[in-house]
Design a protein around this ligand. Structure first.
Ligand code: H53
Length: 797
């Protein structure tokens, strides 16, 4: 089939296909079918329509002898896939009609799908947006990761405290994966290395199999479909019969136990380096399987390994797959017999590395004891790489092996052809700080690729009201050419058009407030400003700055309730890593403040606070279209990029934010008048930190801040336990590393400017509309084009 001419599908065709799957794939009659059965039947009917294009994409790639891109990532935060598939195949109307015809509630069927939370936050969601854009751009590509049995934990609150429970997406059926029992590789750990006639031979002491599960990822219009290949760990043998026969049942089950632990759970923390052996096992497990798979595919087409860099581009998403460097060298040198230097050169020609953080505590490094025990041959190879690099640059004393550690960032840098940061500011800081030394040696290696988000999920599908208005106004070319949103600008001064823009937002807010009332027991006035901060809980993201301002705001409203306050609801959502106690205290504080403030009859029509449990992709899709204000308030220099910030701007929510990460570029694009800037810049942050007593000085200088802190300290929000937040108070009034106190006064000022702007509906609608109209550059299609030309040398087919 020609990929450009996909068959048209009527709602009748689709209904018949659904009924067919219901009967023949699931053995159910319509009368007996539950929501889940209908959801599965619909998913299969949609998936069927991806398969031809999927085959065709593979054929085209082989025929063209094209370079392939491989995106290696520990995390793919894909969320639900059914609506994504329906929207990209342009079958939304037909699917709704077919289900309605069958007497079903379309939205309820879609909502039945589990949210696949195979990631923590921004890095994992970025990988998911990238896969979709790669398909939209018909770039031959494959994502490689781990098929976790349990994704990110489920969050609930007990007495305001975060409680974690396991997430069980795989216990519900889902329709997207194809198991590939034939794509199976044996992965070893531990053991020893011996020399045999000049060659190093690694004999692992433990082994598991990696088995592939493939999920098709369709791009816009379904013309091109790439694969997300996730590895599941399987025991090399069902059990050890010898041990069993000896009566040692625990030992007999050991192979199974090892396999199950490796792909069982996603590590729930992305901001501290774990140093745990299991994490390193997971990293090697999926990376080694991916490389074997890549080489097998290459071998099926070519017989000259020197061609590898021309045909294969491998992207390391952070250092988690950094072991790809030494492993690829091992495969080429130990197993294929290439000279070491040549193996290293070829590997360097294929590999690239994206850095996503400058936080020192998040930069992976492994003690050589742990590393060498698990990967003895790789430790030798790392040392040889380090030596070779040192010899090539004798003027410098750089090493990736200081303090008995293997530094994965440095290893990735050396083994990469290109290294990229994820926003202009972050890339600049990479050059000046963590990679300053290596940047001096390799001045052309670091490039910037500012993050982006897929407009299909983050506007077209999550915000039908706004996307219908956009399409009515400028046609639907924006969906895969997002810069065309600029054409909206000429309508922003038209009061009638602006009213339609504002009406879409108001209706989205009304939907959200109904949902909040029905499911969360929170009752809010849709006319109030919806001020939203949703992201992982972290001190550098400063949810505590936001709640401190809310407390001060509440106190001031109480002082003078009739001062013409702009009504606001502050909405928070986000998970804290289970072991990050300070972040968990912030969650509890926000919940405590919400309880007290929302109960205050004197103020509650002016200010409310809500913390929504279990933030995930699905909740983001619900909240972002209804947001008036986007909170992006991290300490400057700490947020590498952010991508939530882009989703809000695209959906017409102006930002209150610092000059951090991609906020800087968002402000440049939407215009300084449409962005509420506050706070210190990154250099000012560095300088202020060196000033002794900066927190105390800031508190003394701002009575509002002092009063808000006093209220926390005296137990206003925790009357049963006034000392509950002593730790937070001590931190803020003490060293306040993230400069919450120092930025408070300016944040307060910016928030009052927000109030004034919001109180003028025409002005606000204009600002909001310009945010949408000028956010086109933040499409992940633009980002992926950048990777294709600057990093991969890959082409659209
Ligand atoms: O990656 C996002 C950035 C964001 C950054 C985030 C991230 C993780 O989600 C996990 C680990 C890590 O080192 C960084 O914090 O600023 O937008 C995608 O680049």
């Amino acid at each position: 089939m020609n990929i450009a001419t996909l068959p048209t599908v009527s709602s009748d065709n689709l209904r018949d296909a659904i009924l067919n799957h219901l009967a023949y794939s699931f053995g159910k009659t319509p009368e007996a079918a539950q929501t889940e059965d209908w959801r599965m039947a619909l998913s299969f009917a949609i998936r069927d329509r991806m398969v031809e294009a999927w085959f065709a994409a593979t054929r085209r790639t082989y025929e063209a002898g094209a370079k392939r891109v491989y995106y290696l990532s520990m995390e793919f935060l894909i969320g639900r896939l059914l609506e994504d598939g329906i929207v990209n195949l342009r079958l939304a109307d037909q699917a709704r009609a077919a289900l309605t015809d069958l007497g079903l509630d379309y939205d309820a069927v879609l909502a039945d799908e589990p949210d696949a939370a195979l990631g923590n936050g921004g890095l994992g969601r970025l990988a998911a947006c990238f896969l979709e854009s790669l398909s939209t751009l018909s770039c031959p590509a494959m994502g490689y990761g781990i098929r976790y049995e349990h994704g990110l934990f489920r969050q609930s609150f007990q007495g305001g405290r975060q409680v974690e429970s396991p997430e069980t997406w795989l216990l519900q059926r889902h329709a997207w994966e194809f198991e590939r029992p034939e794509a199976r590789y044996r992965i070893g750990f531990g053991g020893e290395v011996r020399e045999d006639r000049g060659r190093s031979v690694w004999t692992p002491s433990e082994q598991v199999d990696a088995e592939a599960f493939d999920t098709p990822i369709a791009g816009w219009q379904g013309k091109w479909v790439n694969t997300l290949r996730l590895w599941s760990a399987k025991a090399v043998a069902p059990f050890d019969l010898d041990s069993f026969n000896r009566g040692d049942f625990a030992a007999a089950a050991a192979p199974e136990a090892l396999a199950r632990t490796i792909s069982r759970v996603l590590y729930p923390d992305d901001t501290t380096e774990q140093g745990k052996e299991l994490r390193l096992k997971q990293e090697f497990f999926f990376t080694a399987a991916a490389l074997r798979d890549i080489l097998r595919r290459f071998d099926s087409e070519y017989d000259d390994l020197s061609q590898l860099p021309a045909k294969v581009a491998i992207q390391l998403n952070d250092t988690h797959p950094a072991i790809a460097g030494p492993e690829l060298v091992r495969l080429l040198h130990d197993e294929r017999g290439l000279p070491f230097d040549r193996a290293m050169e070829i590997a360097q020609g294929c590999l690239n590395y994206t850095n996503h953080t400058l936080l020192p505590e998040a930069l992976e490094s492994w003690h050589e004891g742990v590393f060498g025990k698990l990967l003895p041959r790789h430790l030798q190879i790392v040392d040889r790489i380090d030596d070779a690099h040192g010899k090539a640059h004798p003027s410098r004393s750089f090493s990736m092996r200081a303090d008995s550690q293997v530094k994965m960032g440095e290893l990735s840098f050396v083994m990469a052809n290109r290294v990229n940061g994820v926003s202009a500011l972050h890339t600049g800081l990479m050059k000046e700080t963590v990679f300053a030394e290596l940047h001096a040696l390799h001045p052309d290696k670091i490039v910037n690729e500012t993050n982006g988000v897929t407009p299909r999920r983050w506007l077209l599908s999550c915000n039908p009201r706004l996307s219908n208005l956009v399409t009515d106004t400028i046609g639907d070319g924006w969906v895969d050419d997002l810069e065309r949103l600029k054409e909206l600008e000429s309508h922003v001064d038209d009061a009638g058009w602006r009213d339609r823009f504002a009406a879409a937002k108001r209706d989205n807010k009304a939907d959200l407030s109904n949902w909040l009332a029905e499911t969360q027991g929170v009752s809010v006035d849709p006319e109030a400003m919806f001020d939203i901060q949703i992201k992982r809980m972290h001190e550098y993201k400063r949810q505590h700055l936001n709640i401190l301002e809310a407390i001060a705001h509440w106190q001031e409203i109480k002082d003078d309730p009739n001062a013409g306050w702009t009504p606001r609801i502050k909405i928070f959502a986000g998970k804290a890593a289970p072991g990050y106690f300070f972040a968990k205290d912030i969650i509890r504080l926000i919940n405590d403040v919400a309880r007290v403030v929302n109960a205050d009859t004197a103020t509650r029509d002016k200010l409310q606070v809500a913390f929504l449990p279990n933030y995930n992709v699905t909740l983001a899709e619900r909240l972002i279209p209804a947001a008036d204000l986007s909170e992006q308030i991290s300490t400057a220099g700490k947020e590498a990029s952010g991508t939530g910030n882009m989703k809000f701007a695209l959906n017409g929510a102006p930002t209150v934010g610092t000059l951090d990460g991609a906020n800087v570029e968002i402000r440049e694009h939407v215009g300084a008048d449409n962005f509420f800037l506050f706070g210190m810049t990154a250099p000012e942050v560095t300088e202020r930190r060196m000033l002794d007593g900066h927190a105390r000085a800031a508190i003394e200088a701002d009575p509002r801040l002092a009063r808000a802190l006093d209220a926390i300290r005296d137990g206003t929000f925790s009357p049963d336990d006034p000392d509950r937040y002593a730790g937070i108070i001590e931190n803020l009034a003490g060293h306040d590393y993230f400069l919450v106190c120092s930025d408070f006064t300016d944040y307060w000022r910016a928030q009052r400017e927000v109030d004034a702007a919001y109180a003028d509906p025409a002005r606000w609608a204009g600002m909001a509309a310009l945010n949408t109209a000028r956010s086109g550059w933040f499409s992940s299609d633009r980002t992926i084009r950048g990777y294709m030309s600057d990093i991969w040398g890959a082409a659209s087919l």
